[in-house]
Design a protein around this ligand. Sequence first.
Ligand SMILES: C[S@@+](CC[C@H](N)C(=O)[O-])C[C@H]1O[C@@H](n2cnc3c(N)ncnc32)[C@H](O)[C@@H]1O
Length: 352
Amino acid sequence: MRIAFLLSGEHPSLPYHEVIAVLEAFGIKHNTLLKVDSACVIEMDASERLYRIFRERLAFTRSFGRLIGVIEPSKFPNALDELEPPYITSRFRATAIRIRGSCRELRTTYIERKIGEWILSSNKGAKVDLGNPKEEIICLITSGLLIIYKREGVVDRTLFKVKEVAARPFVHPASMRPTLARAMVNLARTRPGDLVLDPFVGVGGIALEILSVGGKLLGFDISDKMVVEAKNNLISYGFIEDYYITRGDALHLDLPAKVDRIVTDPPYGRMSQAVGTTPRELSEGFIRKVPEYLREGGWLAMAVPSDYLTEDDFVNVGLTPVQYFDIREHRSLIRRIWVARVGDNANKVLRH
Ligand SMILES: C[S@@+](CC[C@H](N)C(=O)[O-])C[C@H]1O[C@@H](n2cnc3c(N)ncnc32)[C@H](O)[C@@H]1O
């Protein structure tokens, strides 16, 4: 089955790799057929269960659905007749979404009308309903192409809004925004039931997302105050089990067992200080400890300033850096999300 995704334009590559990471976390075979600005088409064995996972897990996807076809604008609308029309038996709407001014020569209202007419002519029970449709056909206009799909799911991003840094009962300026924290949890291929370590837990921004996807959390912070506030934040969002948070120094943890995943955001800004060392040394020192904490085959996702770590820092301690993503936060900070794996069975191609 070919599934089209409308991706958030917040980053050029991270939203696509987040989808791939979730497919890999759940062991779903996949083959990317198309990857363009803010959209992709991936072949996979889709199911209602997988649609639910996409809806509940993805932070940087807006909607997704079964591909109907990809059309060159110059062949629109005639090329519609070469496609298999979707089976629509009730109220529907066609919606065209233009990405970054692509194909301005085609008006969105024209595209919507032509797709609507095409569906009506091939489905007896179908009825246009612009206000309250049961089914929606999306036409993405992007990178000089029209990507048409029947929407199967929308990611409810309002759920992230209620966890925004400023909306939490216990606030810390260095806390990570929930969409990025969720994307990191996904990039680490976290599966329900995985034991996930955040050794710089702060007020629990990443912790909230680990628990939201069904992970079990082991959290540490050098500051007693942060430990208390992280626990209070988790409780205020209804999480009362599946975590253990205590005071600890990330460089000297005595873990009962190795963990499945590490997702973390060490201190580096003015807002969040390293204790007894520089933030750079703390990040470098922590990478050297990762093989002691993370099991063979386990995944790490870690955010640091882009000039802190190099590929060699990972390789030298037996980690394989798999990919990284740079995110400009403000004039003086480019945050780099490193994704790495323990052991040499990892994919050695560095993608970013
Ligand atoms: C950037 S904040 C983490 C923010 C967190 N990810 C969140 O979203 O709320 C970094 C945290 O690391 C803690 N920290 C600093 N040095 C540490 C160390 N050596 N071991 C453990 N925690 C440390 C700080 O107290 C701070 O709370």
